[in-house]
Design a protein around this ligand. Sequence first.
Ligand SMILES: Cc1cc2nc3c(=O)[nH]c(=O)nc-3n(C[C@H](O)[C@H](O)[C@H](O)COP(=O)(O)OP(=O)(O)OC[C@H]3O[C@@H](n4cnc5c(N)ncnc54)[C@H](O)[C@@H]3O)c2cc1C
Length: 313
Amino acid sequence: MEIYKKLKEFGKVKLNEPLFKHTSIKIGGVADFFIFVDSVSHLVDLLNFLRKEDINYIVLGGGTNTLLVGERFEGVVISTVNVRQIKFDENKVTADAGSSTAEIARMSIKNNLTGFEWGICVPGTIGGATCGNAGAMGYDMRDSVEKVEVYRDGEILELSYDECEFGYRDSIFKHNTDIILRVFLKLEVNKNKDLAKEAMNNITHRNKTQPQGFPSSGCVLKNVAIDKNIKIKDLPEQFLQRGIISTGWLIDQAGMKGESLGGAKVSETHCNFVINAGGATTDDIVDLIEKIKDKVYDKFGIKLEEEVRIIHL
Ligand SMILES: Cc1cc2nc3c(=O)[nH]c(=O)nc-3n(C[C@H](O)[C@H](O)[C@H](O)COP(=O)(O)OP(=O)(O)OC[C@H]3O[C@@H](n4cnc5c(N)ncnc54)[C@H](O)[C@@H]3O)c2cc1C
């Protein structure tokens, strides 16, 4: 109970919290402690405390790209969703890690700034988006990030764009233990686009091409860059033009559309979405992802990589 009392200094704390409430796929084990930390400074104080006491922790943003495997987390799950101050200064945006990506996009449009319209369709937080270099409509986080403030081993550091080591759905934060505190974006002043209309078009397109009404974690596997090792006859022209093959298409061609395993199902609307069709366990989801990877490898010789983050509790 000492830990519980101490944690309350940093935000709202819950004991034995079911984690399905905090992931978009609506699955997860139970956490000993769950805390909605309420500011960047409290996040830093909390991390210092957990470090000093050697207590395990996991940081979650919106939980929209995360699969939590296991029954119980003996430690503290930190939610950043209440750490969400967003400031605009001309064409620059400073956003706390838990700020909603879609909200930043909406505010940018309102401020007549362009470059982040795509973010309106992406659920979750800017911290999660920066970690996974989220993107849509041909853009991603690296197009807008100027620098990132992080907590690393008890210190607060500012990482330059280059130090973030962004790649396709990848960044240094997927490979180290840095906790993102704030993200600094640089956008362009809009001259002639109808930003509100473009954002509406993006939303309409999303609603048509993504499964509605079932919990998911978005695309589970990364799209594939075309290189000389890929020998697929009759690739659709749009993939050749973009140099990227849609993994949803590969999954469909491998005969996995609509495939189920327990409560997990490959969406019929977008085959790269594995939905919780009802009562799925994380094992169902993870096993179905493995099956998809095997089938695509058997048919095309392509090894798919996870886009979704799998965290073992
Ligand atoms: C319906 C739907 C549509 C989606 N569409 C898209 C899309 O178009 N494009 C796209 O790229 N993604 C998409 N996604 C996936 C997801 O929304 C994005 O990847 C999103 O940016 C993840 O943010 P989050 O806050 O939910 O991250 P979380 O799932 O909470 O976390 C993801 C990872 O980041 C880490 N993390 C989170 N916050 C921090 C922090 N402050 N510091 C360090 N590490 C942190 C977590 O530990 C975890 O490993 C979609 C998901 C859904 C459900």
